[in-house]
Ligand binder design. Structure first.
Ligand SMILES: Nc1ncnc2c1ncn2[C@@H]1O[C@H](COP(=O)(O)OP(=O)(O)O)[C@@H](O)[C@H]1O
Ligand SMILES: [Mg+2]
Length: 239
């Protein structure tokens, strides 16, 4: 899906946390969104995901304003949060959650859950209560719940923060897979420039509520236009 963020501003208690943010994301693109803590990355993602409606400016997805998108738009996107969200059910029911809401037939549901669990290295774990899982496994289940819906837009908020290398590798493989296999547009917040390089072709840099600049990964890492981006990618920025 195409995203068009136009003049997005948001203030909380008189403090500006988004300042006239403009950003275009193309169909099927994987965009890495980077920037120091408090830059407004999560806020931007939540607005795109229709979780926050308190802002000025507009966000269009395939030309449709998210304020008026309704169920159709909501069902075409999925988000994975930094802290793994699992429901107190078994692994199968966690992954099948959205499919049940969409009344997908049982046989198809079984097949899709099985396929996505295999992709996330969770095969045979269907009956385990999700509360017994490690942090990394819980995040893989949360990711599976999003992936199984085959969303047209996947929003990821630091999905691999605090995970060990094995879990990071599994989730990165799944991100690449969904982007390439279904042509899913991916917007991914990450603190790791290496991860951005591995998964995305474009990168956007945010700081203090501002979208400082966006461009190809190569350009952003090797020759950014703005001094703040340069400081961030060179590791000189303390955050
Ligand atoms: N609901 C809220 N109430 C008050 N302050 C908020 C709220 N949401 C976000 N903020 C503030 O807005 C700024 C941006 O937050 P956030 O979008 O979470 O940044 P990031 O994800 O880039 O670290 C932070 O300073 C944060 O404290
Ligand atoms: Mg955040």
């Amino acid at each position: 899906m195409m995203i068009s963020v136009r003049g997005l501003s948001k203030s909380v208690n008189g403090r500006a946390i988004l300042k006239n943010v403009c950003l275009e994301v193309g169909e099927g693109e994987a965009l890495a969104l980077v920037g120091p803590n408090g830059a407004g990355k999560t806020t931007l993602l939540r607005i795109i995901n229709m979780l926050d409606t308190c802002y000025e400016g507009e966000v269009l997805i395939n030309g449709i304003n998210v304020r008026e998108g309704g169920t159709m738009l909501r069902r075409s996107m999925a988000m994975v949060f930094q802290k793994p969200v699992v429901f107190s059910m078994n692994v199968y029911d966690n992954v099948a959650y959205g499919l049940r809401l969409r009344k997908v037939p049982r046989a198809e549901m079984d097949e899709r859950v099985k396929e996505v669990l295999a992709l996330l290295d969770m095969s045979g774990r269907e009956r385990e209560p999700a509360r017994h899982l490690s942090g990394g496994e819980a995040q893989r289940v949360a990711f599976a719940r999003a992936y199984v819906l085959k969303p047209k837009l996947l929003l990821l908020d630091e999905p691999t923060a605090n995970l060990d290398r094995n879990n990071v590798a599994i989730i990165e493989k799944a991100i690449r897979n969904i982007n390439e296999r279904y042509g899913t547009t991916v917007v991914m917040v990450t603190h790791s420039l290496q991860q951005a390089r591995r998964l995305a072709r474009r990168m956007a840099f945010m700081m203090d509520g501002e979208l400082v600049e966006a461009g190809s990964i190569q350009k952003m890492l090797d020759d950014p236009a703005d001094a703040r981006t340069r400081a961030f990618v060179s590791g000189d920025m303390v955050f």
